[in-house]
Design a protein around this ligand. Structure first.
Ligand SMILES: NC(=O)c1ccc[n+]([C@@H]2O[C@H](COP(=O)([O-])OP(=O)(O)OC[C@H]3O[C@@H](n4cnc5c(N)ncnc54)[C@H](OP(=O)(O)O)[C@@H]3O)[C@@H](O)[C@H]2O)c1
Length: 277
């Protein structure tokens, strides 16, 4: 009995160590540094704003995209006109993404790293229609990400390769009540980026996906959310995301607590979970 127990412990230990080694080794190649230019959507506030600050601090030129011109202008004043070039664009409108991409190309800017981070999320209310919220959420969170890849994949190939990073969420790992539109848009991003990464594995085009837990930004303005434990700060979150992207991580989960908890919640009974929500 003792022998079986010892052998089981050794087997589990070896299995976990192998998985950890594989996870550590399974990373994408170095970031293309030839132009040191990146594009960030949702750069006007929250995680995206701090991604912009972090990238400028690392010596990159940042193309910042969002709708609120006044916030983009403030950031440009803070970071300098040479370092931060902003474009007002509603990513929920694919035509605007095309026009802005053409303007960026016309200025001779050649981004090789994309943080496709713009996102929105309205809860759906019980007994209320779902479709409009789903369409609007997908327009911004999903199609407002994918359209940038369509615009830039071939140019990026001609610049010698590049990296697309999308901001999903731990909401993609467990579907909270009311989050059906938001969570599914984030699941769609997760699967899409996993699929694209495998498809372009040998083409010098990398796809990385970020699954943040709760971060103290405008998006997390609900009263319930403010009571959540281990909420991250946007500046540290952005720093962690950039560090992991440069380390070649394909799945970035800055909050290990929420990533683990969401996965655990999937195997618990709904009634038990609903008592705490
Ligand atoms: N905060 C969290 O707890 C949390 C957790 C997991 C994942 N995330 C994800 O992190 C990303 C950043 O969110 P955040 O937390 O930093 O919230 P935030 O401060 O509200 O930032 C959202 C950003 O997206 C931009 N945006 C939204 N809709 C847009 C549109 N239609 N067109 C262009 N830009 C648009 C906003 O800019 P404008 O309003 O100026 O356009 C803003 O810059 C989102 O994808 C979000 O889903 C957040």
């Amino acid at each position: 009995m003792n022998k079986i127990f010892t052998l089981s412990i050794i087997f589990i230990g070896l299995l976990i160590s192998t998985l950890l080694v594989v996870k550590h080794v399974d990373r994408f190649g170095p970031i293309n540094l030839t132009t040191k230019t990146c594009l960030i959507t949702g750069a006007s506030s929250g995680i995206g704003k701090y991604l912009a600050i972090e990238m400028v601090q690392r010596g990159w030129k940042v193309i910042g995209i969002a709708r609120r011109a006044e916030l983009l202008n403030e950031l440009q004043t803070q970071l300098g006109e040479q370092n931060f070039i902003s474009f007002v664009c509603d990513v929920g409108d694919i035509k605007q993404i095309h026009l802005i991409s053409e303007s960026i190309k016309a200025k001779g800017l050649q981004p090789t790293l994309f943080f496709l981070n713009a996102g929105t999320g309205e809860s759906t209310q019980k007994w209320q229609p779902l479709l409009v919220n789903h369409q609007q959420t997908f327009a911004t969170n999903y199609f407002g990400t994918i359209a940038w890849i369509d615009e830039w994949l071939l140019p990026v190939k001609s610049y010698g390769g590049g990296t697309f990073v999308a901001t999903s969420s731990v909401a993609a790992l467990y579907a909270m009540p009311g989050a059906d539109a938001y969570a599914t848009s984030k699941v769609a991003l997760l699967h899409s980026f996993d699929s694209l990464r495998r498809q372009y594995l040998y083409d010098n085009i990398q796809f990385s996906i970020v699954l943040p837990g709760p971060v103290d930004t405008d998006l997390l303005k609900g009263v319930v959310a403010q009571k959540l434990p281990f909420i991250h700060n946007a500046e540290k979150e952005a720093h962690s995301i950039v560090r992991h992207v440069f380390a070649g991580k394909k799945h970035i989960e800055p909050s290990w607590f929420y990533a683990a908890m969401m996965r655990l919640m999937n195997i618990l009974p709904d009634a038990a979970i609903m008592k705490f929500l």
